[in-house]
Design a protein. Structure first.
Length: 357
């Protein structure tokens, strides 16, 4: 099973980035194959996906599989750069270019020369900086702030975003020409809830990691806890999963994690790029997930009872209308209502015509 981690993941305890990435799920394997095809080229790469899905790890893997793997890999979070300093950070500056510029300094493009520059949250760049970035990509040279002399660079750019850049372009927040310049090779990282085959391999990895740190390398996990982990929607993706496992390792007893050791969030799934309506945000499905996590006995029978009773009352206790609403026969409705005690056991009256039963 391919496993990607940072060189020193323990130093990233407060980071919102995913510190591990596996490719066990079939859709993750498709992504891995696409990475292998894209990496050897010199094309710009655009990685899209929710926060915590492993975008930087993916970018590092692209770099490691490329011809530039022995050259620098520089990661920059555009969202952390202030508008006043973003250009000097990216392109460098000359001494005296602005207040506080006591000496000349190379920007991140020059630092990554010969290698790969990863720009995370590229959608947060100011429009004025986007113009200069487009020129850098077109001309393959940078002009430091306060200088008129261009400096040639040889950098492969990998950009990442957790928002839909197409929508940002339509809203006027992102330049269309820069988008098309970046939109060459696309790698989409699905949220963890859409690649469930990766959940338990990640759980085992984090169990081993934190178990070893705490001197308890043989911590196991109960079947009920495993079911809860598989059914949770993971709005925080891999980073949330790591935090949940870490907490569970800290509070569990007898070297086994049970469902009551899991501190699962109740946030809705999807944010940023993937905040769109799909089956994962369906209220009915979320209600079912809540039942699943409770471990309710005879769950199927209970759900069927709730649906039948709610539909019957919604139809003002009319069996025929209830049957039509649910798409089943009236005989089935009647049998279930008798079973659930919603009808007197000796009742035989028909309600073929509208009206209360």
């Amino acid at each position: 099973m391919p496993l990607l981690t940072f060189p020193n993941p323990h130093e990233m305890a407060l980071s919102i980035r995913a510190t591990a990435l596996v490719f066990e799920d079939s859709r993750s394997n498709e992504l891995l194959e696409r990475i292998r095809l894209v990496a050897p080229s010199e094309a710009n790469v655009l990685i899209i996906g929710e926060t915590g899905t492993g975008k930087e790890l993916t970018a590092r893997h692209v770099h490691e599989l490329s011809r530039r793997r022995k050259e620098p890999f520089i990661a920059v979070n555009c969202g952390a750069l202030t508008d006043s300093l973003v250009e000097s950070e990216l392109f460098g500056h000359e001494k005296g270019a602005f207040t506080g510029a006591l000496s000349s300094r190379a920007g991140w493009f020059e630092e990554a020369n010969g290698g790969t520059l990863f720009l995370d949250e590229i959608g947060d760049l100011p429009l004025a900086t986007q113009v200069k970035l487009l020129r850098v990509l077109q001309e393959r040279e940078v002009v430091p702030v306060g200088s008129r002399q261009a400096r040639p660079i040889n950098v492969r750019l990998i950009a990442a975003t957790n928002v839909r850049l197409e929508e940002a372009v339509e809203a006027g927040r992102f330049r269309g020409d820069l988008f098309f310049r970046l939109n060459v090779a696309i790698l989409e990282l699905l949220p963890l809830r859409k690649r469930p085959g990766d959940i338990m391999p990640l759980v085992k990895h984090f169990l081993k990691t934190y178990g070893n740190r705490l001197g308890a390398p043989d911590i196991g996990i109960s079947p009920s806890a495993e079911r809860a982990l598989l059914l949770h929607p993971w709005p925080g993706n891999i980073r949330e999963l790591e935090n949940v496992v870490h907490h569970a390792v800290l509070v569990c007893r007898n070297d086994e994690i049970d469902v009551n050791h899991l501190h699962l969030s109740r946030l809705e799934s999807g944010s940023g790029f993937c905040a769109r309506k799909d089956s994962d945000s369906d209220p009915f499905e979320q209600a079912l997930l809540a039942f699943f996590e409770e471990g309710t006995p005879d769950l199927y029978a209970r759900i069927e009872h709730l649906i039948m009773r709610a539909a019957y009352h919604y139809c003002h206790n009319n069996q025929l209308q209830t049957a039509r609403l649910l798409g089943i026969s009236r005989n089935v409705v009647r049998a279930r209502l008798l079973q659930y005690g919603e009808l007197p056991s000796g009742s035989a009256r028909s309600d073929a015509s509208p009206g209360p039963d």
